[in-house]
Design a protein around this ligand. Structure first.
Ligand code: GUN
Length: 287
């Protein structure tokens, strides 16, 4: 038996179509949606991610403002740039690509972004709203995963969902998004005992470890018909890989997402969606 491949490229293109229409609508009202990207240092993976985000913006008519800072940038310089972008009426969304160099604090940096321009959904304000089901701007990768569940009509109510990731970008926001859909959520991590049992009991596994030397989700670890979402990205011999061997896991799973071509394109699509949402909020004169 072989399950259904979750095609993030197709689903993300549907989201991007919707964003393009919303962008045209905003432009007809005199609002040009605009995303400011901030890249610090010369991490090649981060540079590629930012370039891909800018290209995706251009394709749907969202303007971008590109800010590249040296790896020696201080927290004070970073704060000053964010203050400027917060004040800039032309800018609706601010994306500071993570990770940051060690002298900059991710908490201080993301907290400084205006919640109305927080297209990553990482500010304490927006993460708090998410926990109360009130957030307008939600973290992009988890939102993209929820969009995949919706598109493939994968039910969540009452399901056991195991998330193997506890980051601010993925695992923590997923807790609230999944709970809102009445799933039973288990967050697993490097100190979890009996991970194999936790995986066996799951109807849905969302895995995001990103280091095959530490963890691989194998078919033996899952039950027949499990839904597997692979959020991890790492490189092996220059090739992008996730936590699973897709061709093997799909033999046992009912649905599985590949890497690349699964969650990755959804993250970018949801960033575009958030940027248009932020631009729409600007109509209310709040940013
Ligand atoms: N680094 C890896 N993923 C992300 C993301 O979704 N947003 C930001 N800002 N940085 C990242």
């Amino acid at each position: 038996m072989s399950g259904t491949k979750i095609d993030g490229l197709t689903v993300s293109s549907l989201v991007r179509e919707r964003v393009k229409k919303a962008t045209e609508e905003l432009k007809s009202q005199g609002i040009q949606p605009c995303l400011a990207t901030v890249l610090i240092g010369d991490n090649p993976a981060s540079a590629t991610y930012v370039k891909n985000k800018q290209k995706a913006c251009a394709e749907v008519g969202i303007k971008t403002k590109d800010h590249k800072l040296p790896s020696t940038t201080t927290q004070a310089e970073m704060n000053s740039l964010i203050d400027t972008l917060n004040q800039d009426k032309e800018v609706h969304g601010i994306l500071v690509q993570l990770p940051l160099p060690p002298q900059c604090s991710e908490f201080e940096t993301t907290s400084r972004i205006s919640p109305l321009k927080d297209v990553d959904g990482l500010t304490p304000h927006n993460t708090g709203l998410l926990s109360m089901k009130k957030a307008m701007l939600k973290a992009c990768t988890p939102s993209g995963i929820m969009e995949l569940f919706e598109h493939y009509s994968i039910p969540l109510e009452g399901k056991n969902v195991t998330v193997i990731n506890r980051s601010n970008l993925v695992g923590k926001p997923l807790i609230h998004m999944l709970l809102e859909k009445n799933a039973t959520v288990t967050i697993a991590h490097s100190k979890t005992k009996n991970l194999a049992n936790v995986c066996k009991n799951a109807d849905i596994i969302i895995t995001g470890v990103g280091d095959r030397t530490k963890f691989t989700l194998t078919p033996e670890m899952i039950s027949d018909g499990t839904v597997v979402i692979d959020v991890a990205t790492s490189r092996l011999d220059g090739k992008l890989i996730g936590d699973c061997d897709f061709e093997k896991i799909i033999q046992k799973a009912s649905f599985a997402s590949p890497v690349p071509g699964g969650v990755g394109p959804m993250t970018i699509a949801m960033l575009l969606k958030n940027t248009v949402t932020a631009a729409s909020m600007s109509k209310l004169g709040r940013n």
